[in-house]
Structure formats: structure tokens, C-alpha cells
Design a protein around this ligand. Sequence first.
Ligand code: NGQ
Ligand code: ZN
Length: 456
Amino acid sequence: MIPQTRSLFARQALLPDGWASDVAIRLDEAGRIASIETDASPEGCETLAGPVVPALANLHSHAFQRAMAGLAETAGSGEDSFWTWRAEMYRTVGTVSPEDVEAIAAKLYVEMLKGGFSRVAEFHYLHHGPGGTPYADPAETSLRILAAARTAGIGLTHLPVFYAHSNFGGAAPGEGQRPFLHDVDGFLSLLDRLAPACEKAGARLGLAIHSLRAATPDEMRAILSAETTGGPIHIHVAEQEREVEESVAWSGRRPVEWLLGEMPVDERWCAIHATHMTAAETEGLARSGAVAGLCPATEANLGDGIFPATAFLKAGGRFGIGTDSHVATDVAEELRLLEYGQRLRDRRRSRLATGPGASVGRTLHDAALRGGAQATGERVCGLTVGASADLVVLDGADPYIATASGDAILDRWLFALGAKVVRDVLVGGRFVVREGRHAADEAVDAAFLTTLRRLA
Ligand code: NGQ
Ligand code: ZN
């Protein structure tokens, strides 16, 4: 076991109002920040080996999909789309056991830590066995996710997902969707079963409705009025144009328009993707206080479209980032792709910076830190008293980092270097990654290899 460090020292650290020098960070017993002193002496502290920034939450994950990342790149008939990818994904679903879920998630969560994330919101809908055969314990796969998070030492916000239909209007579920299904009572009892398990594991519990395609308005209302998690509420919305068309055909309204009009969307909510919005929907979602859960690498991979980020931020909207299908697992790649999508659309640079003189990397990182915390149920975030000491130490020996100061550190990392300069990661004040290594690397890799061999 790596001994716990109670006082840390950083030559440069990103505090809520900007970069500070010679920062001493004192931690309490629970791994939260007890005090922060700038222009301090390193005496009695463990000196961190490079610039320190707060770690981000990854607000959207379907862990099992990591097993097929990069394996859906063989062209089909010429009309490959989100929907043909989904059919391939359902084939993977039909082959993974609970042991596989745990092995894949543990590997993935270690990779996320190494990519600069300290917490993950697991949008978990793979509840039953192949063909929908229930496990003896209805919480079996959720408990595997909790176990994987514990192995990795990543913070977990667990979001069991309600899923009942294949399309708007309560259409009957398809064969491949059977492992996802619940009725309202079955879903509520799953939440009740998981509340004490999450409490014991130090995980946060929230819930998700898969999408407007997968739940009827009555089912959504019944769940929202009965659930007692107090945690975040996530939903996929308006990711694909076909979903928008089918929503209009069903209700006369677009998905985000319907959601904002019919559901009590507020700060508890996270709208995953929300790619296709009119100007009015964009402003409405921003005004609601909900977080837009953006997953730029997956959205690019699946051909979803480009989120209207410039307009959304102008309207005061909040966003966070997720790695979703896990074709990427790092902070830098997601934030960079978010900015690049806007640049490619507008044929301009610096799309998401707050204004003249602002660093793009800093703007993206600040916003994703706040939005990620909100969407994962963390009340305080960043290097501030009361926040969990969830930190990334960038590699101070790397020439690009060693010669940068202030926001240029973030811009170098996010735009030019990526995960290879994530040196150490601390979650709740505890080192989970040191010099790019995780203490459980060997065991996690061995179990993952066994799973991949079995799935191949
Ligand atoms: C999911 N993934 O639930 O894993 C979805 C595909 C669907 C993304 N939306 C399934 N990226 O939306 O029906
Ligand atoms: Zn998703």
C-alpha cells in the first residue's frame, strides 16, 4: 500500500481564480481539502512532481463498450451509421458475463484515471444476461461496476438506467434489447437495493432514463415521483437526426423541446449529447441549469453531428464531457475534439474561449470541471477547501510542461501533448496513478486479457 499523504506541495497549481505558486494543500481524514496556502514553504509536505490541476469527472460511460472500441471500423454496405453500429454493439451485449463486465470496467477505469479523470458517471443499462435471462441477484451487474470502481480507485456515480421500449410511443422492445429491460416497479426496487450498496462502497447513486425512445411519459413520471436517490438524473437526447424526426412524428415536438416542456429539467439533470437543437431549444436547455453531457470522440465516431457549443455557452449553458463508447479515454482528446468540431464548422479558431486574451484550454477545462461535478452530484469542485482532493499532476520533467507557465500549461497538455503528460493522479487525496502506473495494472490487465480472449 502506498502511504497516504496528508500535505502536498505544488510549485504551480490551478486554483479557482487562477494559477498560484508554491501552493501547500492540506488534506483531512476523508481526503478532502482542509486548507490551501499560496507562497508557502514545502516543509512537511510531499512535493508533487509537476503542475497540479483539478481532475475532471467523466460524466458518461457505458463501460462494457470499451471491449469493442476500435472493432467497429470495417466498412459495411456503404450506409454505415449510428444504427448499424448499434446492431454490432448489441451483438457484444449478448456475449458479456458479469465477470466480463467487471474486468472490462476495471481496465477502463484505470485507463480513465491515466487520462486525467477522477470520477465516472456509469450510465448502466446492461442489467440481465443474454436474451434477458435475469441474474439471481437483480443488482449483479451493478455490483460488478461498484467492484471495478473500487479496484481502480476511481470515484463512481452509479446511474442504473430505466429502459422499456424500442421507440417513441411505447413500441415493443427488440430482441437485442432484452438484457436492458425493467418495468417501473422492478426498476424502483433495483434503486432501493443499490442505495445501501453504494453507500457502503462510497459511491454516489443517481438514475437515468435511457432516452425518450426507451420510456413513455407515464413511466418517466412514475419513476421521478417515486425515486429517492437524491442523485443526478441523466438521459440521452437528440443525438441523431432520425430521433428528431421520429419525435416530431410522435408528439409534434423535437426531443429537447419535448423534454423541457414535459419534464422538470433543472440542475439535477444531464442531457447527454443534445446534438440537434434549434436556437430556442439551445437557449431553453441553457436556462434550465441542466448540464449538456458532451462526448465528442464518440459523437464523431458515430457520425452524430456537431453540438451547438458556441451558442450554448453564449446563452450561459453548462457542459461536461464523457467518453461514452470509449473510443477515447482521456480528457485532452475530448476537450480538443469539442473545440475542433466548432472550428471545422465555423472555419475560425478559438471558438470556445471566454473572450480576448483567454486561453481556450483554460476555458474548456474550467467549464468541464464545473459541469462534470454538477452532473456527477459533487457539490464542491476544484482546488478549494471542502472539495475532494482529486488532482492531476502533469509531468514537470517534460520539456513542454517544464517551460510553460499558467494557462499555457493547460494549452500544451490539451492541444499538443495529451495523456502522456498525465504523471500522477490522486482521488480523495490518495495516489491511484504514480508515474503513469497504477498499482493494480498487472491484475487488471490479466483479467481483461482473459475476457477479451473469451469474447474474440
Ligand atoms: C447506448 N449509445 O445506449 O449505448 C447508445 C446507443 C441507443 C450512444 N447513444 C443506443 N452513443 O441510443 O439506442
Ligand atoms: Zn450513451
